[in-house]
Design a binder for this molecule. Structure first.
Ligand code: GLU
Length: 304
């Protein structure tokens, strides 16, 4: 069986020959060197092929994302020398688009309500592991959701994708895959097979966040006509969930390029927003120029 309904894609009137790139930060902290690298790489790849460059604000987590962080991110991206098309798409302005996609999945019987909280899952898994068995983890290291059979379900306000039913609906997972121009953590590149079961029945929406990262990112990449997703290697495994949703919703599939992560030179750890030392604001306050930032993240002089 094919997709559950035909896609609506407002990018369809644009020439498919013009590549479209996007940088999609979440304004839940300060911009750090990792963001700067990802943004610059996207921007320059778009320039190099005469493509378009879009900025998308991924602020579905309204408890952590703020207009102040957003304003600051935009200002710092401009300072770095980036230019993007207006208007900028802000996900919190488009919750209806994600709700429509969720409805289509639910109507096809591929999404279900769950009532197990993160705490419930932790307790379930701990009880299982007491016997010495190891419960499977997702690629981010979180225990997999135990599945519909163990979930009281009724009245729950968490929506999950029934991954087994979804794969069934597509007639198997054989054709699920993507083209990788960068590389995964094990050097995976080229045409890759996707294993969406690695994530278990992942979350599509919760009461306090009416969509999920996976759902909103695939809806938006399609709505914005993104042809090339260039992002950090930490999101490589998420692509398996994304291609499954794209297949179910009948959305066009971009090509992917997962790039190196900027690591702290002193301890090799991935940078995070909680580590203020790499915030652009701090480096800028200490006198760093945009050219210095490029040098620090390993990029040469900008193309003119
Ligand atoms: N919003 C995500 C982040 O800040 C990036 C999403 C993506 O590029 O697919 O990590």
């Amino acid at each position: 069986m094919g997709p559950i309904a035909s896609p609506s894609n407002d990018a369809s009137d644009r020439s498919p020959l013009v590549p479209v790139f996007r940088f999609a930060p979440s304004p839940n902290g300060y911009l750090h060197l990792g963001h700067a690298y990802s943004a610059l790489v996207n921007f320059e790849m778009a320039r190099a092929v005469g493509g378009r460059f879009l900025l998308r604000i991924e602020d579905i987590d309204q408890a952590r994302c703020t207009p102040e962080f957003e304003a600051r991110m935009l200002e710092e991206l401009r300072w770095l020398g980036l230019e993007w098309e207006e208007p900028v798409r802000r996900q919190s302005d488009h919750f209806g688009d994600y709700a429509t996609a969720l409805e289509r999945l639910a109507e096809a019987g591929l999404a279900y309500r769950s009532s197990m909280s993160r705490g419930d899952i932790r307790r379930f898994v701990a009880a299982h592991e007491e016997t010495g068995a190891i419960w499977p983890r997702d690629p981010d290291g979180a225990p997999l959701f135990p599945g519909r059979a163990h979930d009281p379900g009724e009245g729950g306000d968490i929506w999950r994708l029934d991954v087994a039913a979804a794969i069934d609906h597509l007639g198997g997972a054989r054709d699920l895959g993507w083209t990788e121009h960068g590389a995964g953590p094990e050097g995976e590149t080229g045409r890759l097979a996707a294993d969406p079961t690695a994530w278990g029945d992942f979350v599509l929406a919760r009461r306090d966040m009416p969509t999920s990262y996976h759902l909103s990112v695939v809806v938006d990449d399609a709505l914005q006509g993104i042809t090339d997703v260039v992002r950090g290697r930490d999101l490589f495994h998420a692509t398996a969930a994304h291609v499954l949703l794209q297949a179910l919703l009948g959305l066009p599939q971009p090509e992917y390029h997962h790039h190196d992560l900027v690591v702290d030179e002193t301890d090799g750890r991935k940078l995070s927003k909680s580590r203020g030392d790499t915030a652009l604001a701090a480096l800028r306050a200490a006198g760093a120029t945009p050219a210095d930032i490029r040098r620090i993240v390993g990029l040469g002089a900008p193309r003119s």
